[in-house]
Every structure is written in structure tokens, then in C-alpha cells.
Design a protein around this ligand. Structure first.
Ligand SMILES: Nc1ncnc2c1ncn2[C@@H]1O[C@H](COP(=O)(O)OP(=O)(O)OP(=O)(O)O)[C@@H](O)[C@H]1O
Length: 255
């Protein structure tokens, strides 16, 4: 069953076509990848999908819901969560508060309840902290709950960012180059983490990645972008042998 369908998305900036006719069907339990050289349009695709900018043309649907013109907030509420190429955490807040903030944002408090700190508000605050702690436990981060997020080692910051994205129960998780800046040991741990997330949570994952081993290990299907165009798609082991893909990556001239 398809959870996310993108049809013919196009986005231009001035005279530059960043994404040209991008289409994708993501099954409810798929892990799919998007790869391509620098500037190929990968991050722009995620920015369209999360409502950072509207597409010039094309449609995006999540289940029965048309996402195409929705705001980033509405798209997040509908069930699409993401992480960023450069980790975005509240670095000066504690690990626990980073999760609590994500839950808070989706809890929908009324302003006066929060301002007056009424009984129901305090009760929900306590519940929120308990839920946040449980969530941290699942990700092996409970012992670091009182540390500042910015002081965690890089691999754990990435884990916290993924934990935060999952706190509100999304149907689709977008990971933008999760292995960027990681050493081989951290990459191994990340692959295990993403596998476990996929086993434990009922969601689909769409992954942008430069490091091919990550894509080869995790993705059932991969799409290759070059100058905004999809130049190949299919099983990772077939796609990496495609002459067009080799040329795009290595700049090899065809004979
Ligand atoms: N907001 C913007 N305004 C103008 N041009 C943009 C904007 N965002 C992206 N671009 C351009 O669109 C093209 C695609 O960029 P994009 O960031 O999507 O590529 P990418 O595949 O994610 O690259 P990288 O691997 O380097 O992150 C690039 O030429 C980029 O300069």
C-alpha cells in the first residue's frame, strides 16, 4: 500500500531547474533512497515535501491527503518528519527537553492554561516528561537526559535528532544525509539504528545519502538524480552498475 505519492514535482529557482518531474511511490513500510552528485536536487526534493517551498507543478499526497499546498506545520501534523543534513537540535537545552519540546509542539496547549500553569497543564507536563523519558530509553539515551544536547558526541546527536523526529509518531521519516561526517564505526551504528527504527515503528523511510554503502544496506529501491532529473531507479545493486549513474558520479565519458 502506498503511503506517499509524488507525481511530477518540478521546482525552478530563477533560470535553474533544481527538480524536474520527480515522481515517487513510497510503500507504507518501504525504505527507499535518493542519491546523486552535489547539486542534483536531493535536498530541494525534501524541501518541497516538507512545505519549505511549494512546487511549481506536480502533486504530493500522503494517504488520501493532498499535501501540495500545505504549510510545513500542517505537513508535519499530517505525519511527515525529517532530520537535516546539518544536525538541528536545541543545543543549549537538555536531551530530555529536546524530546519534550517536540511533544509539546504537537500537544496543542491553550495559551492561558500554560500561562496560569493550571492543574491540567501541570499534569500534562508531568505526563510529557514521563513519555519523553520512555522515548529516550528506547533510543539508549536515557542516561544522558540531563546533558545539553550540544555536548553529546556526534553519533549520539544524530540519534537524538532521529528520536525527536519520531516522538510524534510520523508515518514517513525523511533522513537527509544521516551518515554525513561520520566515521565507518559510526556509520555501522547508524545503519543498525535505522534498521531498528524501521522494525519498531510502523513507518516508511526515505533517505538521501552520499555514502553508497548505507543505501546498499538499507534501501529496497533507490532513485538517482542528476541536474534535477531522475536518471535511474531500481534495486541499489542494479542502479550502481548503470552506465548513466557511473558517468554522473565519476564523470566518465561514454565510449
Ligand atoms: N533556495 C534556493 N535558491 C536558489 N537556488 C537553490 C535553492 N536551493 C537549491 N538551489 C539550487 O538548486 C540545485 C539543487 O540543490 P540541492 O541542494 O537540492 O542539491 P543536493 O542534491 O541536495 O546537493 P547536496 O548534495 O550538495 O546537498 C543547486 O544548483 C542549488 O544551488
Amino acid at each position: 500500500m502506498t503511503v506517499l505519492r509524488l507525481e511530477n514535482l518540478t521546482k525552478t529557482f530563477g533560470g535553474l531547474t533544481a527538480v524536474a518531474g520527480f515522481s515517487l511511490d513510497l510503500g507504507a513500510r518501504d525504505i527507499q533512497g535518493v542519491i546523486g552528485p552535489n547539486g542534483a536536487g536531493k535536498t530541494t526534493t525534501f524541501n518541497l515535501l516538507t512545505g519549505v517551498y511549494p512546487p511549481d507543478s506536480g502533486t504530493m499526497t500522503l494517504g488520501d491527503l493532498d499535501l501540495t499546498r500545505l504549510s510545513p506545520d500542517a505537513i508535519a501534523r499530517a505525519g511527515i518528519a525529517r532530520t537535516f543534513q546539518n544536525i538541528r537540535l536545541f543545543a543549549r537545552m537538555t536531551v530530555l527537553d529536546n524530546i519534550a519540546m517536540a511533544l509539546h509542539a504537537s500537544a496543542g496547549y491553550r495559551f492561558w492554561e500554560a500561562a496560569l500553569r493550571t492543574g491540567p497543564f501541570r499534569r500534562r507536563e508531568a505526563e510529557l516528561r514521563a513519555t519523553s523519558l520512555e522515548h529516550l530509553e528506547r533510543f539508549g539515551l536515557a542516561d544522558s537526559r540531563d546533558e545539553l544536547a550540544g555536548s553529546l558526541p556526534y553519533g549520539e546527536q544524530r540519534r537524538l535528532e532521529i528520536a525527536r523526529a519520531l516522538a510524534t509518531g510520523p508515518r514517513v521519516l525523511l533522513l537527509d544525509e544521516p551518515a554525513a561526517g561520520m566515521n565507518p564505526r559510526e556509520v555501522e551504528q547508524l545503519i543498525r539504528l535505522i534498521r531498528k527504527v524501521h522494525e519498531d515503528f510502523p513507518l516508511a523511510i526515505l533517505l538521501i545519502e552520499h555514502q553508497l554503502p548505507v543505501v546498499m544496506e538499507l534501501c529496497g529501491r533507490v532513485q538517482v538524480l542528476d541536474f534535477g532529473q531522475t536518471i535511474a531507479s531500481g534495486a541499489p545493486r542494479d542502479v550502481v552498475r548503470d552506465p548513466l549513474v557511473i558517468e554522473a558520479y565519476l564523470g566518465v565519458e561514454e565510449p
